[in-house]
Write a protein that binds this ligand. Structure first.
Ligand SMILES: Nc1ncnc2c1ncn2[C@@H]1O[C@H](COP(=O)(O)OP(=O)(O)OP(=O)(O)O)[C@@H](O)[C@H]1O
Length: 287
C-alpha cells in the first residue's frame, strides 16, 4: 500500500497503462480563502478510469476539481490533464458543479442543454446543424430525448440531473468532473445515475471523477477511490483504500471501516452510531 504517488495497491493498473495518464498531480498544494486545503498531494489516474472521490465536508473535493479546471492556481506543484498543465476553458474537460441553480422556468430540456454548448461565436448555439446534432447526441447519451420538449420547471430532480449530465457531454470531453451528481436523489435513482455515468465512461473511454458523500451507490463500479482527508489524498482500489488501517493512517485517528449487508460504512472510533463517510470523525460542515 502506498507509493511515492500516494497510490494504494494499484501496481497492476500501472503495468497495464502505457499511455499518458488522464490526470497527474505532482506535489500539489491548493488553497482556498487563504487556507491550505490540499497539501503536497501526488497521484495519477489512468485514462478511462471511473473514480469515486470521497471525503468529509470541507476535505477539498470541490477545490481539487477547481484546480483541475484551472480555476484555482496551485501554490506549488503541477497538475496535468492528458499530459498538459491544466488551463482554464479546456473543452476536453466536462464539469458539473455542485451548486446547481435551476435555470429558466419554461425553458425546454433541449434548450437548457443547448445553452451550455461552448465555443459559440456567431448566433445562438442551437442554430447550426452541428450544434443541433451535438445536443441531440448528448440527450440520447443520457436517455433524455423524451425530456427535450418538456419545460425544465416541471421535471423531477432525477430528470434534471440527466439534463445536467447531458450538458457536460456536449463537447465530447475525455475527462468528466462531477461534483456530487447523486445529491438529492433517492437511493434507487442514485444507483441508476451512477450506473449510467459508469456506462458512459466505459463506452467513451472517458475518465470520470465523481465526488460523493455515500460510497455505496458506487460500489462495484469504481476502478479507484480517491479519499481526501487532512489535506492528504489516498488513491487506490476500493479494497485497499476503504480499510480500517488505510483510513486510520489517512485521518491520523482511529477509524473503523464496517461492511454490513453489502454496504460499507466508515465509523469514527467511539462514535457508536454508524456514519457515512462524509460524517466520519464528527461530520463537521465547513462548506
Ligand atoms: N469560496 C470559498 N472561499 C473561501 N474558502 C472556501 C470557499 N469555498 C470553500 N472554501 C473552504 O475550502 C475548504 C475546502 O472546501 P471544498 O468545497 O473544496 O470541500 P468539499 O470536500 O468539496 O466539501 P463538501 O463535501 O462540503 O462539498 C473548506 O475549508 C471550505 O470552507
Amino acid at each position: 500500500m502506498g507509493s511515492a504517488h500516494g497510490d494504494a495497491g494499484s501496481a497492476g493498473v500501472w503495468a497495464r497503462t502505457v499511455s499518458v495518464p488522464a490526470l497527474d498531480l505532482s506535489h500539489v498544494t491548493l488553497a482556498r480563502g487563504g487556507r491550505i486545503v490540499l497539501n503536497d498531494v501526488s497521484f495519477s489516474v489512468p485514462k478511462g478510469s471511473f473514480v469515486g472521490v470521497l471525503g468529509a465536508n470541507g476535505a477539498g473535493k470541490t477545490t481539487l476539481f477547481r484546480g483541475l479546471l484551472g480555476l484555482e492556481p496551485a501554490r506549488q506543484g503541477v497538475l496535468c490533464v492528458n499530459g498538459a498543465p491544466v488551463k482554464r476553458g479546456n473543452s476536453t474537460v466536462g464539469y458539473m458543479p455542485q451548486m446547481r441553480k435551476l435555470i429558466g422556468g419554461q425553458l425546454s430540456g433541449w434548450s437548457m442543454v443547448a445553452a451550455a454548448r461552448r465555443g459559440q461565436h456567431w448566433g445562438l448555439p442551437w442554430c447550426g446543424r452541428k450544434g443541433r446534432e451535438a445536443v441531440q447526441a448528448a440527450l440520447e447519451a443520457v436517455d433524455a430525448l423524451d425530456l427535450a420538449r418538456k419545460p425544465v420547471a416541471v421535471l423531477s430532480g432525477g430528470q434534471r440531473q440527466r439534463l445536467l449530465l447531458a450538458q457536460t457531454l456536449l463537447d465530447d470531453p475525455s475527462l468528466l468532473l462531477l461534483d456530487e451528481p447523486l445529491a438529492s436523489l433517492d437511493p434507487a435513482r442514485m444507483r441508476e445515475t451512477a450506473v449510467r455515468i459508469h456506462t458512459l465512461s466505459r463506452s467513451r473511454n472517458m475518465t470520470v471523477l465523481m465526488s460523493a458523500h455515500d460510497i455505496n451507490p458506487l460500489l462495484g463500479l469504481m476502478d479507484h477511490v480517491l479519499y481526501l482527508a487532512r489535506g492528504k489524498a489516498l488513491l487506490g482500489k476500493v479494497e485497499d483504500v476503504l480499510t480500517t488501517e488505510a483510513l486510520t493512517a489517512l485521518y491520523g485517528a482511529p477509524v473503523d471501516v464496517v461492511r454490513a449487508g453489502g454496504r460499507v460504512f466508515v465509523v469514527a472510533e467511539g462514535g457508536g452510531a454508524i456514519l457515512q463517510p462524509h460524517d466520519c470523525l464528527g461530520g463537521h460542515a465547513h462548506a
